[in-house]
Design a protein. Structure first.
Length: 118
């Protein structure tokens, strides 16, 4: 059985998301929030989990970023979560809305130069 280009791309994204969260979570104190990710059909959603100092369970988890693979154009689409009260919506991440380079998007999330995610 051969994998489609989309399946290969999504597999690469899942591995990159796992590596990003693992690296971030090892290097930061729990009170600054932990990185989580959830695979979705054509991408992943990243979450920030906030913890109380003496707790193993997160107090709350909020979405921060979403990456989707656009198979038609062979590129990655990058969104940030925007909040309106208790609800949120996805908005293109304007400094880097799309790219054919997955690593550049993952680096943007990891380093968060505009302080949008963490």
């Amino acid at each position: 059985m051969t994998m489609s280009v989309t399946q290969i791309a999504i597999s690469r994204l899942n591995k990159g998301a796992q590596a990003l969260c693992t690296k971030r979570n090892v290097n930061l104190p729990v009170e600054l929030g932990k990185c989580l990710y959830q695979p979705i059909e054509t991408g992943v959603i990243f979450y920030k989990a906030a913890y109380l100092l003496d707790s193993r369970h997160s107090e709350y988890t909020s979405p921060v970023a979403k990456i989707l693979f656009d198979a038609l154009h062979g590129e990655w689409l990058f969104f940030q979560a925007k909040f309106d009260g208790d609800t949120f919506y996805w908005e293109p991440y304007y400094p880097l809305m799309k790219s054919d380079d997955l690593d550049s998007i993952l680096e943007e999330i990891e380093h968060d130069p505009l302080a949008c995610f963490w």
